[in-house]
Design a protein around this ligand. Structure first.
Ligand SMILES: Nc1ncnc2c1ncn2[C@@H]1O[C@H](COP(=O)(O)OP(=O)(O)OP(=O)(O)O)[C@@H](O)[C@H]1O
Ligand SMILES: [Mg+2]
Length: 325
């Protein structure tokens, strides 16, 4: 699909073609993230997830793989709160695209760009608890067996090479040079391959009463080295970051050192060598931002969220240089 979606056509298709579809009384857009589309299905207490209808910055896993990831995680004994899949439709016939429907998870996210009041108005102790649960949840992923939905594992080096080629395609030689510096060093390993979330920012989790209610958005996940996720999480504990939430500016948030310890406790692994992965994470974020900026310049995207991406790109390139030391 390439044009804007016709909400009435979605509603009619769903009512006619999915189990309990007749209960759906309305379809309401919830978020247009940087890739997939998410809609509330009114009347059914469920969420519809569709592929992007405008060119995405990021082409991660398709929606069907995302649905399979939730199904696999949901079948595990209680490690990570995961939305239950109600319906998964691989055929494009009904809505013009494959899609899945999942249960509505209670709670809210600590959103990117603008912090929600429930979080800024919370007590420092509540923020301590949320930040610790976040890192622990991401650490606990390192205890899981690789997911079938993610297929053959990727090495940290091959993952870094993938984002290096993104930087090259986004015409960002400064970032390519930083990746070459990173790739000239061996990537430490913490142990056996596990699932890697791929985008474990706090905005991809949901909270109900300050308790974790879901780990969402595995679109960039793979099987690989779980220090990848620790490196990415630690990025958000830097005071100088230029994306998402400047967490250290809020009272109660655990320190970077505490985050490393919380990850080690939850994963049962040593975090030794995480610096390589933090540099890789900064590079990955920079590569995504570089691509978004390239789309803005080319007039392929008018996403208002991306207005400041040039600044973000420069800041992330400078930061990767610092992290590489
Ligand atoms: N099962 C669910 N129940 C309730 N809300 C949900 C559910 N899935 C997604 N959401 C809502 O949609 C938001 C975005 O979800 P998700 O991170 O999976 O999508 P996204 O399109 O990748 O967004 P972004 O690119 O901004 O990260 C969540 O923060 C949450 O508010
Ligand atoms: Mg998300």
């Amino acid at each position: 699909m390439s044009a804007e979606r016709d909400i009435n056509a979605l509603l009619a298709g769903l009512r006619a073609g999915v189990p309990r579809g007749v209960e759906i009384t309305g379809v309401r857009p919830l978020t247009a993230g940087h890739s997939n589309e998410t809609y509330v299905l009114e009347g059914l207490d469920a969420i519809l997830r569709l592929p992007p209808s405008t060119p995405p910055v990021l082409q991660g896993h398709g929606v069907i793989t995302q649905g399979h990831v939730y199904q696999e995680l949901g079948a595990l004994p209680d490690i990570l709160p995961t939305p239950r899949i109600l319906h998964l439709e691989e055929d494009s016939g009904l809505l013009g695209d494959p899609f899945f429907i999942m249960e509505t998870v209670p709670g809210a996210a600590v959103t990117d760009y603008v912090l929600p009041e429930w979080f800024t108005e919370a007590t420092p102790d509540q923020r301590t608890s949320v930040s610790r649960q976040w890192v622990a949840a991401i650490g606990s992923i390192a205890r899981l067996q690789p997911l079938a939905a993610f297929g053959t594992p990727a090495t940290p080096e091959s993952d870094a090479r993938k984002w290096r080629s993104w930087a090259a395609n986004a015409d960002c030689p400064a970032l390519v040079a930083l990746y070459d510096r990173l790739l000239s060093r061996p990537a430490p390993r913490s142990g056996p391959v596990s699932p890697v979330h791929g985008d474990p920012k706090i905005a991809n989790l949901m909270w109900s009463d300050f308790r974790l209610s879901a780990v969402l958005d595995w679109e960039l996940g793979h099987n690989g080295e779980p220090l990848t996720d620790l490196g990415y999480v630690l990025y958000f504990f830097r005071p100088e970051i230029y994306f998402g939430v400047p967490l250290p500016s809020l009272s109660g948030i655990i320190s970077r050192d505490e985050a490393v310890k919380a990850w080690e406790a939850a994963s049962g692994r040593s975090a030794q060598g995480f610096e390589w992965y933090e540099a890789a994470a900064v590079g990955k974020i920079a590569a995504i931002v570089a691509r978004g900026y390239q789309m803005i310049v080319a007039g392929e995207s008018h996403d208002p969220k991306m207005a400041r991406w040039k600044e973000m790109l420069d800041a992330n390139i400078a930061l990767m240089d610092v992290v590489l030391g």
